[in-house]
Design a protein around this ligand. Structure first.
Ligand code: 5GP
Ligand code: ZN
Length: 112
């Protein structure tokens, strides 16, 4: 998607602070962190939101969930973390490329 900022981040056209990358996913630090650790995990495949997920994406989403605790732990969330997926206008979604917020590192966590 040429007009998607997260696709541009994956392509390196917009700079980001990368935490992890493999052939399926990209993880980077949120530009406006709401916790000491605030990561965004995105699939390299452009899916607009959780509401646009189809049967063919099930394996990819399962892969992402499997990776979350591993990456959270490596980023300093040894004592736990919060995951958030905002979906749609009333779900507070601002960027329409599906992403999992990973928040932790101590202190009070935001709900969204
Ligand atoms: P949403 O509200 O869609 O769930 O969350 C979008 C998140 O992306 C926000 O927390 C926002 O701070 C973050 N964000 C938006 N634009 C950029 C950007 O260009 N770079 C980075 N690293 N984060 C961004
Ligand atoms: Zn995208």
């Amino acid at each position: 998607m040429s007009d998607c900022i997260f696709c541009k981040i994956i392509d390196g056209d917009i700079p980001s602070e990368k935490v992890y990358e493999d052939e399926k996913i990209y993880v980077f630090r949120d530009i406006a962190p709401k916790a000491p650790v605030h990561l965004l995990m995105i699939p390299k495949l452009h899916i607009a939101s959780l509401a646009e997920v189809e049967d063919q994406h099930q394996e990819l989403l399962g892969y992402m969930m499997r990776k979350v605790p591993q990456i959270a732990h490596e980023a300093g969330c040894e004592k736990g973390f919060r995951t958030i997926i905002n979906t749609g206008d009333e779900g507070g979604q601002e960027v329409y490329h599906i992403h999992i917020h990973i928040l932790g590192g101590g202190g009070r966590l935001p709900f969204a």
